[in-house]
Write a protein that binds this ligand. Structure first.
Ligand SMILES: [Fe+2]
Ligand SMILES: [Fe+2]
Length: 228
């Protein structure tokens, strides 16, 4: 599956129900009124649905590279990834964490589609726990949950993090200069990449390491370009 396009990746799996699920999540997230994602994301046109698709791409890539495929239920991982942030549609109004808010939405959808109770329980447990990133290094953590958490963290980092930092810099100051972007990237994406590698699986550690390398290399080049 060496695809980079998420829709082509999904087509290759031959499960049309995943597209229906994505449509449902897109429509549900579009109904939201506000989203307190914190930080600079709220200041740009950050799409939670686009984030969901990118996390799905990371889940599929991590799975493809994994040597623990036998310990991961790919179908459940894909469904949980599609639904992992759907709770953001209602969490502000309900004043509960989005991971908790996503559970009844996911459950109702899967029940309506006739999924087995055991499967629904497992998928919902992944949605419910995906925000507990401090548990990633926990002994015996479910491999599917770990993969979802890693995929979630890989989004918005590296090259994409750099672009987002520039967009946030511009949105805060229309007169921003390249040096301002350089500073923002240094304080956000580069700083986060250089903190302790949060990944646990060998494939996650390798991808994060590559993102760190790319970010450092980009910043060295940018420093030279703007001669600071
Ligand atoms: Fe989330
Ligand atoms: Fe997420």
């Amino acid at each position: 599956m060496n695809e980079t396009n998420i829709m082509k990746m999904l087509e290759g799996l031959g499960h049309p129900e995943y597209f229906e699920m994505l449509d449902f999540v897109e429509r549900t997230l579009a109904e939201k009124t506000t989203e307190h994602v914190g930080g600079g994301k709220i200041e740009i046109a950050y799409s939670r649905f686009d984030h969901t698709k990118r996390v799905l791409a990371w889940s599929l890539r991590l799975y493809e590279r994994s040597e623990r495929k036998d310990k991961i239920d790919l179908d459940s991982l894909i469904i949980a990834t599609i639904f992992h942030d759907v709770g953001r549609a209602v969490s502000d109004v309900q004043k509960i964490p989005h991971s908790t808010a996503g559970v009844p939405i996911t459950k109702a959808y899967l029940e309506k589609k006739g999924y087995a109770a055991e499967k629904i329980d497992y998928v919902c447990s992944l949605v419910a726990q995906h925000s507990d990133k401090q548990r990633m290094k926990e002994e015996g953590l479910d491999f599917g949950l770990l993969m979802l958490m890693e995929a979630d963290l890989l989004d918005d980092m590296g090259a994409l993090g750099i672009v987002m930092d520039c967009m946030i810099t511009e949105s805060r100051n229309r007169d921003a200069r390249f040096e301002d972007c350089f500073r923002h990237i240094t304080n956000y994406t580069l700083r986060m990449q250089e903190e302790e590698n949060p990944m646990v699986s060998p494939e996650g550690i390798a991808i994060w390491g590559e993102k760190t390398r790319i970010t450092r290399q980009f910043m060295e080049a940018l420093r030279e370009d703007i001669a600071i």
